[in-house]
Design a binder for this molecule. Structure first.
Ligand code: ADP
Length: 375
């Protein structure tokens, strides 16, 4: 077990800054996930910790030791990657114990460690299987067991579940949480999938264009996103964004306004702001009492319904015939999530309210959050 620290880490490739002056402290035994869109620098950051990449600038510390220039084998880390590389001609036992045998551990110690690791990832009774006789999930568990037997100070996992089908991925998410609980080892996990980040981590580090956007527990990132990027990236479906302006009487935009006292919210008339509304904070008017402090009522038209089973996503339009963009909510288009039995059908006129206690305001220029929930 060990803490990990990145101090002003930068990695420059020709004209690309893959990691931009990153500062991060990961506590001993913590499960931290790097999350962000493809190409944002997650893997490169991880590689500087693993020793597969030397930063252009800054330092990497594992357990207070500066390891910036140490080779991977001297860092006390174990890695698991997306592409599982098991030895095809070796059975499970030999695959898991390979590194220990190479380092000439005695047989009793090897047996003990393999047994413990197999137990943690639930591979007991499969020691004689060959990789080709196993499912993707089982092979990934062998790869994880092989990493466990080395008793690493830090576990590094780069998209280890990316190649598994959806059902197995959900199952492995639970397994990895158990693994973390049982091993109590520092785990750094890389994924572009915000669902994996939300469900497993103590804290998530949201990265965009090589820069850390926010490092906080998952629910803090969800409920109190620092900026527009985090607000839009965390949560599925995404937050609705309505761009508008502050007037003397509150927020105003082409299709939606929201009355409040600007001074109380820390904004000024004339300021360009973006109103953020999560789909679950929009309510059909008859269910108004469920919304914390409802705002005014808005007349909208139901465009399309997407029943998900446990909830229904309802795409609303401010007026019939508004031009909408497929991936951007707001500006006359609002996504709401309602109970499956809600009385709502396509093309109906509906009145909705939004929960004032849960809307977000962002400065449109700086993209930074101003307030979470109107005061
Ligand atoms: P992610 O893991 O978030 O998908 P990466 O860390 O792999 O992102 O990449 C971050 C950026 O650095 C990307 O723009 C990528 O093209 C660039 N990059 C990564 N590795 C190299 C390399 N070896 N040479 C040049 N550019 C690279």
């Amino acid at each position: 077990m060990a803490q990990v620290k990145l101090e002003n880490v930068t990695k420059q490739y020709e004209d690309v800054t893959a990691v931009d002056d990153m500062n991060l402290e990961i506590k001993d035994g913590e499960f931290v996930t790097f999350v962000g869109p493809s190409g944002c620098g997650k893997s490169t950051t991880m590689e500087t910790i693993a020793g597969l990449t030397i930063p252009t600038d800054g330092g990497v510390y594992i357990g207070n030791e500066n390891v910036t220039r140490k080779p991977p084998k001297d860092r006390g880390i174990s890695m698991v990657f997306q592409n599982i590389a098991l030895f095809p001609h070796m059975d499970v036992y030999d695959n898991i114990s390979f590194g220990l045998r190479l380092r000439k551990y005695d047989q009793e110690e090897i047996d003990q460690r393999v047994e413990n690791a197999a137990d943690v990832v639930q591979l007991e009774g499969m020691m004689d299987r060959m990789p080709e006789e196993m499912s993707g999930g089982q092979r990934q568990r062998v790869a994880i067991a092989r990493a466990i037997v080395r008793n690493p100070r830090v576990f590094l996992m780069d998209e280890p579940l990316a190649n598994l089908d959806a059902e197995l991925r959900v199952h492995m998410r639970t397994q990895l949480q158990r693994l973390h609980r049982e091993l109590d080892t520092t785990i750094i996990y890389v994924t572009h999938d915000q669902a994996q980040a939300m469900t497993m981590s103590d804290r998530i580090a949201v990265i965009n264009s090589g820069e850390l956007m926010q490092v906080d527990p998952p629910l803090t990132c969800y409920n109190e996103p620092n900026n527009l990027f985090v607000a839009g990236f965390i949560g599925s479906p995404s937050m609705n964004f309505v761009e508008g302006q502050i007037t003397n009487s509150g927020f105003e935009s082409e299709y939606m306004d929201l009355p409040f006292d600007p001074e109380t919210q820390g904004v000024e008339p004339g300021q360009d702001v973006t109103l953020g509304i999560r789909p679950e904070d929009v309510y059909l008017e008859p269910t108004r009492n469920q919304a914390g402090t409802p705002s005014k009522t808005y007349d909208m038209v139901v465009d399309v319904l997407e029943p998900m089973g446990d909830e229904v996503f309802v795409f609303l339009l401010a007026e019939r015939g508004i031009e909408t963009s497929a991936d951007e909510m707001g500006a006359g288009q609002l996504l709401m999530s309602v109970e499956p039995d809600a009385d709502v059908q396509a093309n109906q006129d509906k009145q909705i309210v939004i929960d004032r206690d849960r809307v977000h305001l962002f400065d449109s220029e700086t993209e930074q959050a101003i307030t979470h929930g109107l005061k």
